[in-house]
Design a protein around this ligand. Structure first.
Ligand code: B1M
Length: 210
């Protein structure tokens, strides 16, 4: 029986090494990577978010928890990405200009990789011109734009405009997401898809290749 609750608490306390070791042990015991992700890591980070909102923890604690989350995700990555087949296509992913949040983006990346799509990660604070250049360089089929701040959602729109201006809009599907983003906003800015979580993002991305 995997110790989901314990892993969630280790994450909340930012005990990165202990968490990574326990994630490794759970994987070795046959616990599915997806269950570790959803039952421990996502739950733990959600709890940190709630406490942050209530001013029970502050930025340093959140950062330490975020580092633990990323370290645990690195341990999970090979198991999540296991597909054993040639990539069906290429997706670019990033957090948009002005935005440094990368935990959700990293989750979406791993889940999409798990469907057999090659994913190029352009990181955070990614300017529209960088994304346009990367579409050309990697011959991308999909562009995934994450935004966590109401003030950076507009960068998703700016990126779509830049892709249009570069004459590449018909070549790529644009997916948007992140906590403040909605279907209505996605429709307004002309994105091809909006999804609210990493699992649905992966499902939607794969459906583009059906
Ligand atoms: Co910031 N932060 N943060 N933060 N932070 C939020 C987002 C906030 C809601 C907290 C709050 O006030 N309650 C708030 C935003 C308010 C708003 O605009 N509406 C906020 C703020 C204000 C800020 C700063 C401005 C704080 C400050 O400095 N005063 C600052 C901004 C820095 C910047 O980006 N320029 C800031 C900084 C930080 C830290 C650096 C401390 C840290 C980020 C560390 C990191 O990412 N490496 C941080 C964190 C951790 C959070 C919270 C607590 C957690 C975010 C997170 O990782 N959630 C967050 C509060 C919260 O969410 N409750 C908060 C877990 C993650 C798994 O969820 O990213 O939503 P999420 O991803 C989900 C979905 O949204 C979706 O799938 C994922 C999982 O299924 N998804 C996609 C995401 N991208 C997608 C793309 C898709 C599809 C789905 O398709 C392409």
């Amino acid at each position: 029986m995997a110790r989901f609750e314990e892993m969630s608490l280790l994450l909340q306390k930012g005990k990165a090494k202990d968490l990574a070791a326990m994630v490794q042990e759970a994987l070795a015991n046959g616990t599915p990577a997806k269950d570790i992700l959803n039952e421990s890591l996502v739950v733990g980070m959600g709890a940190v978010g709630e406490r942050f909102k209530k001013n029970e923890v502050f930025v340093p604690e959140v950062l330490i928890a975020a580092r633990a989350m990323n370290m645990a995700l690195n341990v999970l990555k090979p198991a999540l990405a296991e597909s054993g087949v040639e990539p069906v296509g290429t997706a670019l992913i990033c957090t948009v200009k002005g935005d440094l949040h990368d935990i959700g983006k990293n989750l979406v990346k791993m889940m999409i990789e798990g469907t057999g799509i090659r994913v190029i990660d352009l990181g955070v604070d990614c300017a529209p011109e960088t994304i346009v250049a990367a579409i050309k360089e990697h011959n991308a089929d999909i562009v995934c734009l994450s935004a966590l701040l109401t003030t950076t959602m507009i960068s998703q729109k700016d990126t779509i405009e830049a892709i249009k201006a570069a004459g590449l809009r018909d070549k790529v599907k644009v997916m948007v997401g992140g906590a403040p983003v909605t279907q209505a906003f996605a429709d307004e800015i002309g994105a091809d898809a909006y999804t609210s979580d990493a699992a649905s993002a992966a499902e939607r991305a794969r459906a583009f290749f059906a």
